[in-house]
Design a protein around this ligand. Sequence first.
Ligand SMILES: *[C@@H]1O[C@H](CO)[C@@H](O)[C@H](O)[C@H]1NC(C)=O
Ligand SMILES: *[C@@H]1O[C@H](CO)[C@@H](O)[C@H](O)[C@H]1NC(C)=O
Ligand SMILES: *[C@@H]1O[C@H](CO)[C@@H](O)[C@H](O)[C@H]1NC(C)=O
Ligand SMILES: *[C@@H]1O[C@H](CO)[C@@H](O)[C@H](O)[C@H]1NC(C)=O
Ligand SMILES: *[C@@H]1O[C@H](CO)[C@@H](O)[C@H](O)[C@H]1NC(C)=O
Ligand SMILES: *[C@@H]1O[C@H](CO)[C@@H](O)[C@H](O)[C@H]1NC(C)=O
Ligand SMILES: *[C@@H]1O[C@H](CO)[C@@H](O)[C@H](O)[C@H]1NC(C)=O
Ligand SMILES: *[C@@H]1O[C@H](CO)[C@@H](O)[C@H](O)[C@H]1NC(C)=O
Ligand SMILES: *[C@@H]1O[C@H](CO)[C@@H](O)[C@H](O)[C@H]1NC(C)=O
Ligand SMILES: *[C@@H]1O[C@H](CO)[C@@H](O)[C@H](O)[C@H]1NC(C)=O
Ligand SMILES: *[C@@H]1O[C@H](CO)[C@@H](O)[C@H](O)[C@H]1NC(C)=O
Length: 382
Amino acid sequence: MTRNNVLINIALSSLVPLFLALLLVVIPTPPFLSVLDDSLNCHHHHHHKPSADEEDQTSIGSICDTFPTALLPLETVDTSVLCVDLNGCCNFTTVQAAVDAVLNMSSKRSLIWINTGIYFEKVMVPRSKPNVTFQGQGYKTTAIVWNDTANSSHGTFYSGSVQVFSSNFIAKNISFMNVAPIPGPGVIGAQAVAIRIGGDQAAFWNCGFFGAQDTLHDDRGRHYFKDCYIQGSIDFIFGNGRSYYESCQMISMANPVPQGSKFVNGAVTAHGRASADENSGFAFVNCSIGGTGRVWLGRAWRPFSRVVFANTVMTDIIASEGWNDFNDPARDQTIFYGEYNCSGTGANMSARAPYVQRLNDTQASPFLNLSFIDADQWLQPY
Ligand SMILES: *[C@@H]1O[C@H](CO)[C@@H](O)[C@H](O)[C@H]1NC(C)=O
Ligand SMILES: *[C@@H]1O[C@H](CO)[C@@H](O)[C@H](O)[C@H]1NC(C)=O
Ligand SMILES: *[C@@H]1O[C@H](CO)[C@@H](O)[C@H](O)[C@H]1NC(C)=O
Ligand SMILES: *[C@@H]1O[C@H](CO)[C@@H](O)[C@H](O)[C@H]1NC(C)=O
Ligand SMILES: *[C@@H]1O[C@H](CO)[C@@H](O)[C@H](O)[C@H]1NC(C)=O
Ligand SMILES: *[C@@H]1O[C@H](CO)[C@@H](O)[C@H](O)[C@H]1NC(C)=O
Ligand SMILES: *[C@@H]1O[C@H](CO)[C@@H](O)[C@H](O)[C@H]1NC(C)=O
Ligand SMILES: *[C@@H]1O[C@H](CO)[C@@H](O)[C@H](O)[C@H]1NC(C)=O
Ligand SMILES: *[C@@H]1O[C@H](CO)[C@@H](O)[C@H](O)[C@H]1NC(C)=O
Ligand SMILES: *[C@@H]1O[C@H](CO)[C@@H](O)[C@H](O)[C@H]1NC(C)=O
Ligand SMILES: *[C@@H]1O[C@H](CO)[C@@H](O)[C@H](O)[C@H]1NC(C)=O
């Protein structure tokens, strides 16, 4: 027990300054923390470094007195539960330690239950560990946060605060954040991914994705996002995934642009389909787009980029031309950019770029239901 106390105290004393430092970095960027509950900020007050006379078993014990044991899911024949708590009140204090404890190619689902808190760590789920679930306590109260950039991590693709390379990954009620400094105009090497999803058959429910440039690397495979909150500026959902975004909120945090200016300073998507043979694309259904700046719905990172927005509400932050061909008119023949039954000022299609498709019911239908990601083969009900 004494040994545990020492470990807990070391963990706390090293966490608190980092937490304060990162909070300071984060505070000037309004959308970042404004959605997070006060409970996150309170967390630091409750769990301050104990002073000398508080350092006894009673005060340490009291931290764990409020541990919500009743919320912890039970193990079943096909699910192992691994518990993560910042204060050391259950199996692990970091998410990565729990991932490390998952057996290779386990036939069970490994449910990593993550207590409320901000976990400052870079997390990697290797290809050898499929069927892992990250279950937080709410995307406003539980977050995995790091601050790598393209420069600090051998390129954008490795900058993710969380990197998932395995299949059948699930996340519920948790946020993924990259709090690297927001790049000013023209700055290079500052791309900062919050999560890279490089495995097939991944599902995200009630999750938050926070960053600026390149927030959500929807890299490859079939992915499902439901009721998620996604914040960024330039290309903030990018990659070559085949993904279905249902009832998600996309919030641009690009700098405000003066009224009347044609200046565009962001893009919601940059889909990376490279050839007609690839069955990839992003479908957004029943979503909303808002925030600040002036942004394109998508730009053609690769020539066969494919994105559809359906039944989506868009504010006036959407540039009237809607989309961008990456300044390569040759791509106009091969990109597939469609809009269907969207609403709001930003959905006005009268000045759209010529290659943008106003989809009819028949053309839209493949993107409107879950067969787009073969969900019947793999997607579990919530
Ligand atoms: C987690 O802690 C519980 C309770 O102490 C224990 O039964 C379980 O085996 C631990 N799990 C792991 C993966 O260490
Ligand atoms: C798990 O798989 C990885 C990659 O194949 C391997 O490097 C590692 O040694 C394996 N771990 C165990 C415990 O078998
Ligand atoms: C992962 O889960 C899927 C579906 O639940 C199952 O088909 C697959 O066999 C599991 N993977 C492993 C390695 O057990
Ligand atoms: C991440 O944050 C830490 C602590 O503030 C800082 O020391 C480090 O330089 C930052 N890394 C990057 C790439 O900005
Ligand atoms: C996730 O959060 C939602 C909304 O607060 C809640 O209804 C749901 O039960 C939570 N799910 C899990 C698995 O904790
Ligand atoms: C990234 O590295 C390049 C080359 O060293 C440098 O010019 C640039 O300023 C760096 N960017 C950031 C955000 O540090
Ligand atoms: C979209 O919203 C409509 C109306 O609220 C609802 O009928 C439909 O089931 C929703 N579709 C999806 C895919 O969420
Ligand atoms: C079109 O969008 C409206 C909301 O603006 C919704 O009520 C209606 O169900 C949608 N139509 C179809 C065919 O999805
Ligand atoms: C759509 O935009 C055009 C100008 O590009 C404008 O004339 C028209 O009134 C707008 N339509 C709606 C419904 O706002
Ligand atoms: C939808 O558009 C396609 C391609 O232009 C056309 O072949 C088809 O007849 C249209 N369907 C409906 C229901 O309008
Ligand atoms: C879903 O879309 C597929 C392909 O467009 C179609 O065959 C199927 O009937 C649709 N299912 C539903 C429930 O609408």
